[in-house]
Write a protein that binds this ligand. Structure first.
Ligand code: A3P
Length: 284
């Protein structure tokens, strides 16, 4: 067990205070030109950030090769990175794991573009299980069984996957909101990058598109020390315990869940996703 959470409205937040969260929500000014990536943790956040950053440079990799990913697209709710967000020049790009009800209110009156990436929660659970072992500032468990239970109960950072996704998907259909899934990226990265660039209003030539694709592959990001978290401080991450760029596949949950866990998950999944429009999730 490592760091503790701050619990607000039943949601555990890492490394923050109620005052900081509330002032972000009430006072942070979202600008119309901002491009924001939002996700529940371990859904492919860093992948979509990299794609957005490379679309911005039209496939020129020098920025992603020379600047840390959290400086290119800082975390809104990380206090030490908020100044980076505020002081970014030109159209700003930033990232957040905040549930919709905690997001800066000014966003909802803005034209800022927001991309919400989601992933099969079973794979999210597995990815988090491995990644959490490396992170020193979060409450952790070494037992897979306990992690499984905590995940289903929403006792993990940023709360319940089901609530996070249901909350943000209320925005679906708005012109400045794009939902994309890890599974879509995995299945057809070319079409996905085209979809994102169209949403951002950036026209890529075939050569530029190819260059984006080359730089957002699992291997390219794994090899890029600006993107692979190998430069995250030892105070925050124990690099001997795992990596951000772990497997990069869909369906890894099948290698971890027992039959009983799979059934238990399905039951909670059915209950918690009841009433959502059919065809919303590519993994169903
Ligand atoms: P795994 O742990 O399943 O390998 P996040 O960025 O939200 O923390 O999500 C991390 C997950 O996204 C990890 O999943 C990581 O391997 C995967 N990922 C990141 N970049 C990727 C890429 N270019 N291709 C495929 N998967 C990627």
């Amino acid at each position: 067990m490592t760091g503790e959470y701050l619990w607000i409205e039943g949601i555990p937040f890492p490394k923050t205070t109620t005052e900081d969260l509330r002032s972000l929500q009430d006072q942070f000014v979202v600008r119309d030109e901002d491009v924001i990536t939002v996700s529940y943790p371990k859904s492919g956040t860093n992948w979509i950030k990299e794609i957005v950053n490379l679309i911005h440079t039209k496939g020129d990799s020098s920025w992603v090769q020379s600047t840390l990913s959290w400086e290119r697209s800082p975390w809104l709710e990380v206090k030490e990175q908020l100044d980076l967000v505020v002081n970014q020049k030109g159209p700003r790009s930033y990232t957040s794991h905040l549930p919709v009800q905690f997001f800066p209110k000014s966003f909802f009156k803005s034209k800022a573009k927001l991309i919400y990436i989601m992933r099969n929660p079973r794979d999210v659970l597995i990815s988090a299980y491995h990644f959490n072992k490396t992170v020193k500032v979060i409450k952790n468990t070494d037992s897979f069984e306990e992690h499984f239970e905590w995940f289903l109960q929403g006792k993990v950072m940023f709360g319940s996957w089901f609530d996070h996704v249901r909350g943000w998907l209320q925005m679906k259909g708005k012109e400045n909101f794009l939902v994309i899934s890890y599974e879509e990226l995995y299945q057809d990265i070319r079409a996905s990058v085209e979809r994102v660039s169209q949403f951002l209003g950036v026209k890529l030539s075939p050569g530029e598109l190819n260059s984006v694709l080359k730089n957002v592959s699992f291997q390219a990001m794994k090899d890029n020390k600006m993107s692979n978290f190998s430069l995250v401080s030892d105070a925050y991450m124990d690099h001997s315990k795992g990596k951000l760029m772990r497997k990069g596949i869909t369906g890894d949950w099948k290698n971890h869940f027992t039959v009983a866990q799979s059934e238990a998950f399905d039951q909670v999944y059915r209950e918690k996703t009841a009433g959502l429009p059919p065809g919303l999730f590519p993994w169903d």
